[in-house]
Design a protein around this ligand. Sequence first.
Ligand SMILES: O=C(O)CCC(=O)C(=O)O
Ligand SMILES: [Fe+2]
Length: 356
Amino acid sequence: MGEVDPAFIQDVEHRPKLAAAQAEGIPLIDLAALASYSPSDGTVDASTVAFEGLVAEIGEACRKWGFFAVVNHGVAAEKRERIEREARKFFGQSLEEKKKVRRDEKGVIGYYETEHTKNVRDWKEVFDCTVKEPTLVPASPKDGEEAVTEWINKWPEYPPGLRKACEEYAQELEKLAHKLMGLIAQSLGLPANRFEEFYKDHTSFIRLNHYPPCPAPHLALGVGRHKDSGALTILAQDDVGGLEVKRKSDGEWVLVKPIPDAFIINVGDIIQVWSNDTYESVEHRVMVNSKKERFSIPFFFNPSHHTMVQPLKELTDEHKPPKYRPYSWGKFLVTRIGGNFKKLDVENLQIYHFRI
Ligand SMILES: O=C(O)CCC(=O)C(=O)O
Ligand SMILES: [Fe+2]
């Protein structure tokens, strides 16, 4: 990635301001109350009060920002450090080695370095692996074709510890993701287990991102502006910084400052649809840097491929009619994945295409 190929260059209006506003940032939420709360006995004590406060904080953060950071989340630091170490080893290899586990149109999981976001190439390389083995998805993006296929993980020979590090990290993150979905459900006035039915054959995946130093950080982006299409994203970022969120209140791009051991959580398009726009999926992007490389690890928590995504009945009525037509998550996912391979002549599939 030495010279800056024109494929990486953003249109003028989308180029980053390198001295981003250090104004009000995303909320920081302490999840400690989650560990001490035991919902079954019905008694009201300090832990119940703290828990209710936490639910309200989550609701406020989802409504105002769509993004928040969490600490005291219960994920073992050792598991996170391990996957971060293995990711560095993997990306430290030659392109030739990494290409041995490159994804292709048949096997979309693995390594690749040519992702385009909104048709501009991202200054990054990634390695994807699914959480559930096997992960079932539609064989074809076309409506009416019912055949299902499996996404198979492609593990590299080196580093030998990558597979175990990803699998153990995935287990930890899956637990956290269910807890967060429970809190989000409660913040919408729903039972904590409201979303569980959608996750039986979930299609969640982990992405290892590597953003090499870039000679033109004022022209290119690590990831161009986008919204995450799944339900919820849990991101581990290193201490370099570069993630920016478009603040809902004024449309300014705000830097998400790295906080040691914290995870960044964001609402994806599916929660926007389930909540009938009570919570919105927010645009974000990643700046690159001429001196330092950066690593990040998003965990995309996605429902089963056969989920028909639509506003929840409990959150709609004659005064608040559903704002979206139902769509198949699996078809949406495989259509989008296909589109990420190359520059398209048309815009990628988006949830607003299903807006009523
Ligand atoms: O690297 C980051 O901080 C965020 C990456 C991201 O937004 C994505 O992969 O969807
Ligand atoms: Fe994202």
